[in-house]
Ligand binder design. Sequence first.
Ligand SMILES: NC(=O)C1=CN([C@@H]2O[C@H](COP(=O)(O)OP(=O)(O)OC[C@H]3O[C@@H](n4cnc5c(N)ncnc54)[C@H](O)[C@@H]3O)[C@@H](O)[C@H]2O)C=CC1
Ligand SMILES: O=C1[C@@H](O)[C@H](O)[C@@H](O)[C@H](O)[C@H]1O
Length: 339
Amino acid sequence: MPAEAGGPTVTRIGVIGTGVMGADHARLLTEAVSGARVGGVFDVDGGRARGVAAASGGARVFADPYALIVDDGIDAVLIASSDATHEDYVLACVAAGKPVLCEKPLAPTVEACSRIVEAETEHGSRLITVGFMRRFDPGYTGMRALLTAGEIGAPLLMHNVHRNPAAVPGLPGSALITNSAVHELDIVRWLFGEEIVEVAVHTPRPSGQAGGTRDPQLLVLTTESGVLADVEIFANARYGYEVRCELVGETGTVTVDAPPPTSLRRGGLHARALPGDWRPRFAEAYRLELQDWIDGAAGGASAWDGFAATFVAHACVAALTSGDRHAVDLPPVPALYRR
Ligand SMILES: NC(=O)C1=CN([C@@H]2O[C@H](COP(=O)(O)OP(=O)(O)OC[C@H]3O[C@@H](n4cnc5c(N)ncnc54)[C@H](O)[C@@H]3O)[C@@H](O)[C@H]2O)C=CC1
Ligand SMILES: O=C1[C@@H](O)[C@H](O)[C@@H](O)[C@H](O)[C@H]1O
């Protein structure tokens, strides 16, 4: 990453979108990540942008996001605005030759992701990282290390649970897949190092708490080598935020969970607190993801990974709509993204 002249290397980040995630990333960049500072911010809600700028040590507030992207005082851009806005901003970063960390999903449609991959391929080198932070979560990296070391033999099954306390009433059922389950679609590809080749989506009767949304849903994913991964996605689980999973191999299993260190035993119960959203659950993953990006270590998901996750998500949406199993025929990986 580029640096400020003189003194220690400091990468000046422009943050676009200063809502829940943009504010959290700006806080981490300011307080917990070395070698970076927030250099500028933009949000269509000027009040939010000013609040985050003030909390980030007086970063510049831009009135125009494209001016932020090309500004000489901004070395790299972090996009945390709403999903539908990602494409234009990522394309502008590629045109300006600036490294960009774009929150997931890379873009909500396959066509938009495809345009981004084409632009980066034409540019000729990799500038884009997608915010699939679970790749940095100590639970998932530990699971992958045990799998790779052969500790549980060949993988057979993976059971995933992904629950949120409440979704916006009237949220389309497809958004549970494209916005939430997209994390599992990425983590399955990353964990097994192979593609998802077939998907099916099953739904029970919808929860009465879900305001008409098809919620919960059960995705069943088949990988190239024949591993089956199921994903329960439940956006109105009401009791709290929870993400956990178990990988079943031929000779053992690995579980990823995030119990807080403190739990209460009283009155015949053993209780532990659950967070209200993803920020406490994945706090360390977000920090490690940002540090990796600032260090230029390239451990994050690529634009191709972002494309692939959205591609599989749309096969799942088709399966949700039709009730049938759907084959996933990803196009060949462009040379820029081959390992
Ligand atoms: N990696 C993760 O675990 C998570 C990722 N996300 C992703 O982060 C992004 C932001 O999500 P949240 O912070 O939860 O949403 P949010 O609604 O809290 O924040 C979005 C912000 O974008 C701003 N915005 C809307 N249109 C804009 C535009 N055209 N230009 C600039 N700013 C604009 C809004 O004013 C708002 O401040 C989304 O893409 C979401 O999918 C969200 C939650 C967790
Ligand atoms: O990305 C996220 C949210 O947008 C999504 O709504 C949640 O389900 C995820 O767990 C969270 O990580």
